[in-house]
Design a protein. Structure first.
Length: 152
């Protein structure tokens, strides 16, 4: 994908060109819809072999809430970068979380749908409303803020 050329859908290779995260911390598998300045819909397939399930919790694997928030932030980062002219020169840095609520557990076998809606982008700071859903039911919701800065 060339700078400024943002597709409506992104596979893992395209996501890896936008985000600096790598295994085991890359938490977005695919973008199914991305509309710059508006919203993004992405997903994370949650599998039993995720490294965090070894300790969270043995015999009762539950995806840690902080990683659900991180997955939402990574999806939001992709949306934020899609709103930039030269995406490969920028990085999206988490600045804050407001009103985080956890509604249900996320377990192996779930497909975590990540939705972020742009609320505003002003002076390099992006504010978004975000939700993580499993089978159409909200697992987590929050408002996220991040700064878009030069990578260098």
């Amino acid at each position: 994908m060339a700078d400024g050329d943002i597709a409506a859908t992104l596979d893992l290779k395209a996501i890896m060109r936008l985000l600096p995260h790598r295994y085991p911390f890359l938490l977005v598998d695919r973008v199914v819809e991305c509309v710059p300045n508006s919203h993004i819909v992405a997903y994370k397939n949650v599998t039993y072999n995720e490294p965090f399930f070894q300790g969270h919790f043995p015999g009762l694997p539950i995806m840690p809430g902080v990683l659900i928030l991180e997955a939402m932030a990574q999806a939001g980062g992709i949306l934020g970068l899609c709103m930039q002219d030269k995406v490969t020169d920028k990085i999206f840095l988490f600045r804050g979380i407001d009103g985080a609520k956890f509604r249900r557990q996320v377990v192996p076998g779930d497909r975590l749908e990540l939705q972020c809606n742009n609320l505003r982008l002003k002076l390099g700071v992006c504010k978004m409303s975000a939700k993580a859903l499993v089978e159409g039911k909200v697992a987590c919701e929050a408002e996220l803020a991040a700064a878009i800065v030069d990578r260098t």
